[in-house]
Design a protein around this ligand. Structure first.
Ligand SMILES: [Zn+2]
Length: 293
């Protein structure tokens, strides 16, 4: 198939599969993630055949929430997809589809998608952070994805920001444990004594008469985010930060606090030097980015 590639966004509950040509998503399919290695391979392979109408794509790129080895083949760690750990998913998919398969961490894939087709288009250098159940990160340098020699660059969510909450990684004080979409909801639940969806919490914090307790949740998360961004800025001199995932819609509430910290902490730079932007591809970023691998 001329120039056609398949992008797969493999998530905890489903896999989105899309046929991409010249950066356009031409056909798409969605299949459940069966949480079993062989069934998962069969399921993605059959969705791939469906979107390709039986033809063979140039390659298949798969983005998933996990750490992939430097050769982009074996999954080293995937807390939400444990059945994949230690398995050569690329090899199994290649056998099923008889075409080249490349794997990549989902936040890296999203960064690539935004760089080529979304909010990162005008910015050769940026960090994309996905605020979801956890916090993922992908770094673009000079228009290229920076994976690091072991494929593990961009673990933005596990930068320590100075609090005493436990993180899913086993550590304490990670950004993810206070500023992921889930962590912000947890902070809200602790504050109000009931679980409140993030969008409702945000409404309470905005409004004509904003709720001070709801605003406090976003102040805590926003300042922590600023600390982590300042660390990135100090180390890499990145100035553009993109945000995707379920937490991106509340960026307006986090941004002023993050910028205040950046202004104070990022030596030699001021708040005006930084741009915090929402990612623009939404649910398609994973599929489009995976087709760019
Ligand atoms: Zn952590």
């Amino acid at each position: 198939m001329d120039g056609a590639r398949v992008g797969v966004d493999l998530g905890g509950t489903s896999a989105k599969v899309g046929l991409v040509r010249d950066g356009q998503l031409e056909r798409r399919a969605q299949v459940p993630n069966p949480h079993d290695f062989d069934a998962c391979v069969r399921s993605i392979a059959s969705a791939t055949r469906e979107v390709c109408d039986g033809a063979t794509p140039g390659f298949v790129g798969i983005g998933l929430p996990g750490v992939i080895d430097g050769a982009q083949r074996v999954i080293l760690d995937a807390p939400n997809l444990p059945f994949l750990v230690g398995r050569d998913l690329a090899e199994a998919m290649e056998r099923a589809l008889v075409t080249e398969v490349r794997l990549e961490n989902d936040a890296n894939v999203a960064a690539l998608g935004e760089a080529r087709h979304g909010a990162g288009k005008e910015h050769p250098d940026f960090l994309l952070a996905t605020l979801g159940t956890g916090i993922g990160g992908g770094i673009m340098f000079g228009g290229e994805l920076w994976r690091g020699p072991g494929g593990m660059a961009g673990e933005f969510g596990h930068i320590r920001v100075g609090h005493d909450r436990r993180c899913g990684c086993g550590g304490t004080g990670c950004l993810e444990a206070i500023a992921s979409a889930l962590a912000m909801e947890r902070l809200g639940a602790e504050t109000f004594g009931e679980s409140i969806p993030l969008a409702i919490l945000a409404e309470r914090a905005r409004g004509a008469t904003p709720d001070a307790r709801a605003r406090e949740v976003f102040r805590l998360a926003g300042e922590a985010l600023g600390e982590a961004l300042a660390t990135v800025a100090l180390l890499l001199d990145l100035r553009v930060f993109l945000f995707g995932g379920g937490g991106a819609p509340v960026l307006d509430l986090l941004e002023p606090h993050a910028l205040t910290v950046l202004d104070r902490r990022a030596f030699g730079r001021s708040a005006a030097d930084f741009r915090l932007l929402r990612a623009s591809l939404g649910n398609d970023a994973g599929v489009l980015g995976a087709a760019m691998l």
